[in-house]
Design a binder for this molecule. Structure first.
Ligand code: FES
Ligand SMILES: [Fe+2]
Length: 441
């Protein structure tokens, strides 16, 4: 179980909190490259409880600055993007992407002190469609993480998008390491025999109460949910938590299921989900016998967004949201899908937001199906406490460790131990995208 005090420690991520300090050791995926145009409008960016401004200068450099101008605190959101920097709209002071003050035009030249004032700026890095920022204390940031799915250079092979969720990152993330909800929230309305013949994912429907193996790993935690498969075989579904807020879910064929999903805290009550995947991976079970989508599981992207606006929480919101009960259709729920809500992501969104901004951990009654969740919370708490005692968090200085993590399903001989089955399958599943070789060149 998780006490309320532990839940509090895990979910408070603002400046100065233990989890906030822990997460600031890592690079954070912040903005899509496509959101910032050279010399274009600055974007309000909420990250780890801090109000920031992201902009791209005329040379393409990306700045992530505290939104408050260091002169007298006016918001740089109203600033003019002026070639090599952002000019505050109040008195015209100008700051470059690194926060250096370039100009103080309202002060006589001989009394200006540009060299002694700077906007608070966080280092950024841009790679393959994604802009990262480092909000920690090191002068030299650590290396960028090396998830295969964020290393795919070819735009046409990369599936990269964000969705905002209105709840704590923790309960949002826990949806990805909670395999048993698949047979209810997403597929509770169908029987195994009505779905695509021969698809391994059918086993997850013919037995909706799997057993579990769970372990700590160098990169976080992992589990396998398992059930009998064909005679003499076990059907495995592997998934991972990776520090500090990443997951690899099990819903796809293990050998080419190249995906990493970040649950980035915007503040304690809002999360930006970042999905990075290889487009050529084989999807999980999605079809009925006749080839039509499983009810409720049809594709809803990219039509699911409301237009972005310029507010602190104005980016990547869904049309289906809590104000319209996620466009739930009770008739569909009665006769077809389990929820009457269309789209796997929207179903997850609805149910985790329905728990409130931060679920009261004191109310929970965890079952064996929550073994991965309780293990992950404990692993996070311990790593966070060790960090308080000076230990560098896992993966910060050794991001190649994440390459040991792959999620997905497969079947193997029932005589194999779960970790042996995993390592055997990993051996034949390395780098299907080719992206890691490209990166090494
Ligand atoms: S407050 Fe920004 S220039 Fe004065
Ligand atoms: Fe889900």
């Amino acid at each position: 179980m998780t006490t309320q005090a532990e839940g509090h420690l895990l979910t408070r991520i603002g400046p100065g909190t233990p989890m906030g300090k822990f997460m600031r050791e890592y690079w954070i995926p912040a903005v899509l490259s496509s959101e910032l145009t050279a010399n274009g409008p600055p974007v309000r960016l909420m990250l780890l409880g801090e109000q920031l401004i992201a902009f791209r200068d005329s040379k393409g450099h990306v700045g992530v600055l505290d939104h408050r101008c260091p002169h007298r605190g006016a918001s740089l959101f109203f600033g003019r993007n002026d070639k090599d920097g952002l000019r505050c709209a109040y008195h015209g002071w100008k700051f470059d992407f690194a926060g250096n003050c370039l100009d103080m035009p309202n002060v006589p030249k001989h009394q200006a002190f540009s060299h002694r004032v700077a906007a608070k700026a966080y280092p950024t890095a841009e790679r393959y469609g994604l802009i990262w920022t480092y909000m920690g204390e090191r002068k030299e940031p650590p290396p960028l993480p090396v998830f295969e799915s964020v290393m795919i250079a070819d735009d046409s092979e990369r599936n990269l998008f964000m969705v905002q969720r209105q709840c704590s990152y923790l309960q949002a993330l826990e949806g990805d390491i909670d395999t048993s909800h698949l047979g209810f929230l997403h597929m509770g309305g169908v029987e195994a025999e009505d779905t695509e013949p021969g698809h391994l994912g059918r086993y997850a429907l013919s037995n909706r109460a799997p057993e579990y193996h769970v372990a700590d790993t160098d990169w976080g935690t992992m589990y396998s949910a398992y059930r009998p498969g064909a005679p003499g075989e076990i059907y495995w579904r592997f998934a991972h938590f990776m520090f500090p807020f990443w997951t690899i879910p099990p819903d796809g064929a293990f050998r080419d299921h190249v995906v990493a999903r970040a649950w980035v805290p915007m503040d304690d009550n809002h999360t930006m989900f970042v999905h990075a995947a290889w487009k050529k991976n084989a999807p999980g079970l999605r079809k009925m016998k006749d080839g039509s989508p499983i009810p409720g599981m049809g594709p809803v992207l990219p039509h699911m967004y409301r237009p972005n606006d310029a507010g602190w929480f104005g980016r990547w919101r869904l049309k289906a949201n809590k104000d319209n009960d996620y466009l739930m259709d009770r008739d569909q729920q009665m006769h077809n899908s389990y929820t009457g809500i269309e789209g796997v992501h929207v179903q997850d969104q609805a149910i985790t937001e329905s728990m409130g901004p931060i679920v009261d951990h004191g109310l929970e009654n965890l079952a064996i199906s929550d073994l991965m969740i309780s293990r992950t919370r404990r692993r996070m708490l311990r790593a966070m406490q060790a960090h308080g005692e000076g230990i560098v968090p896992p993966g910060v200085d050794n991001p190649e460790t994440y390459q040991g993590a792959r999620g997905g399903d497969f079947a193997s001989s029932a005589s194999l131990d779960w970790l042996r089955a995993y390592s055997d399958e990993m051996r034949v599943s390395k780098n299907p995208t080719g992206a890691l070789r490209i990166a090494a060149e």
